[in-house]
Design a protein around this ligand. Structure first.
Ligand code: AMX
Length: 436
């Protein structure tokens, strides 16, 4: 057993009595009240999920295992010669709650190397798809196809004990995470670079190897590391995290669950917003003939978007009530590495112009930018201009967090999810006593 898996086992065994005690001795204690507006309104704010891997405070933003983004970037072991930490070390933190040593990071790297060969059938399936399929469709299909190799599926059929489910999910998760960067880079090169595939380099870390397989030089390796870390987890209620968790609660294996997670991420109100931002900006640039718009011109574009009934992509959030720290981390990267990039200037202008307009319009509860407002700019700058691909990058990162959550959910024996629905008649009865 790897030292990461051993440590995880210790942590899960230590944690189990806490969960069991809460359910057995305090199961009737109320956590929350549920209002009709929440029942109809997308379950917004209802406290009915539990995760210790990340927590989203509306005003502070995300903490991973108790650490803010700047703390994570500062404390985790860094790749030699790079600004950003190892993604492998970040995964160790998500899984165990501990900051790993360099040796522990190297062990994860070795474990990934031993698991990273992508079966040929995955590439055959991708090559059989229409080349103009959306890259998210390709990504989700490729991942789902690997159900064929699921360790959990085979162990379950043999009669594995419930207490050991997490171990088989761990095997599947590590097998999948080791392969995901190559699958994503393959989709990119197959679809957009005439199938000129660059083989994986076993000496490189996850972020470095991804940049290498994409065919993009430094500092794109750091961009990849930063992206995968920032997009990994945002507690459990967002569509992708929740979908992954829900599907796995039926004991569907990691491949089914992460594929489902990607399908949720592919919606324009969620992960696809990074594609939408660039599409929207392209529209602005085209109509300006490439010239940077003035503040007044930009305001007009924003109002036109709102008045046509569309949302301004990259702004607003269901939980956050301030600027997303994931946006700020990317903005800092831009200020350092691409301050004069024209698209960065557009986005910075939007940062100034959009919030007051959304406030004036008075609908959005959060007028501030989210992670997706900034992420496409960096990709565009380093040559990834096929903005349909941006959500795939989000998906690689999100898989780290969702796999970690699924392993823990099985470790703590969380049951199949099954909330209760009511009818409109019932709500009317509760609200004002109407008899149907
Ligand atoms: N532009 C225009 N209108 C917006 C808006 C925006 N950026 N954000 C919210 N609104 C509108 C909503 O559409 C809603 O209008 P309605 O009453 O006519 O339906 C109203 O303001 C109230 O919405 P809310 O409670 O503030 O937001 P929400 O929790 O329902 O939705 C979100 C959150 C992110 C879907 C929404 O802010 C949005 O559509 N933003 C733009 C798309 C985007 O950037 N998505 C990515 C979010 C981050 C992520 O998941 N990756």
């Amino acid at each position: 057993m790897s030292s990461l898996k051993k440590k995880l086992e210790e942590k899960i065994l230590q944690h189990r009595p806490r969960t069991e005690r809460l359910v057995k001795e305090y199961g009737d204690v109320k956590v929350d009240e549920v209002k009709i507006s929440q029942v109809i309104g997308g379950m917004r704010g209802i406290k009915c999920l539990v995760t210790d891997i990340s927590y989203l405070d509306p005003f502070e933003g995300i903490r991973f295992r108790g650490y803010t983004i700047p703390e994570v970037l500062e404390k985790l072991p860094k790749v030699p010669g790079a600004e950003m930490p190892y993604v492998e070390g970040f995964l160790y933190l998500l899984l165990t709650g501990d900051i790993p040593t360099m040796q522990e990071v190297e062990e994860v790297h070795k474990e990934f190397n031993a698991r990273k060969k992508v079966p040929q059938y995955v590439f055959d399936i991708l090559h059989a798809m229409p080349k103009d399929s959306h890259p998210m469709t390709m990504f989700a299909t490729a991942i789902m196809s690997m159900h064929l190799d699921s360790v959990f599926d085979k162990e379950y059929r043999k009669g594995i004990q419930k207490a050991d489910y997490w171990s088989a999910y761990y095997e599947d998760a590590m097998n999948l995470l080791a392969k995901i960067p190559e699958i994503a880079a393959h989709i990119y090169r197959w679809k957009y670079k005439d199938g000129d595939i660059i083989p994986s380099d076993p000496d490189l870390d996850m972020g470095g190897n991804f940049a290498h397989m994409m065919g993009i030089g430094r500092p794109y390796d750091d961009v990849a590391r930063l992206y995968f870390i920032l997009h990994s987890d945002h507690e459990s209620g967002n569509v992708s995290a929740h979908t992954g968790h829900l599907v796995a609660s039926a004991l569907s294996d990691i491949y089914y669950s992460i594929s489902a997670m990607l399908n949720g991420l592919a919606g324009p109100l969620h992960g696809l917003a990074n594609e939408e931002v660039l599409r929207w900006l392209q529209g602005v640039m085209d109509s300006m003939g490439g010239k940077i718009p003035t503040e007044e011109e930009m305001k007009k574009f924003v109002w036109d978007t709102l008045e046509s009934g569309k949302v301004v992509p990259g702004f607003g959030h269901a939980v956050l009530r301030k600027t997303d720290p994931r946006y700020m981390a990317q903005r800092e990267f831009c200020l350092k590495h691409l301050p004069d990039d024209p698209i960065f200037k557009y986005v910075d202008l939007l940062f100034k112009v959009v919030p007051p307009i959304l406030l004036e319009q008075g609908k959005a509860k959060n007028p501030w930018p989210n992670v997706d407002a900034q992420s496409g700019v960096i990709q565009w700058h380093y040559g990834v201009r096929e903005y349909e691909f941006y959500t795939v990058l989000f998906g690689i990162g999100r898989a780290l967090g969702v796999c970690s959550n699924i392993i823990w959910a099985r470790g703590l024996g969380y049951p199949i999810e099954r909330p209760k629905s009511v009818t409109t008649d019932m709500l009317e009865e509760i609200a004002f006593g109407k008899k149907s």
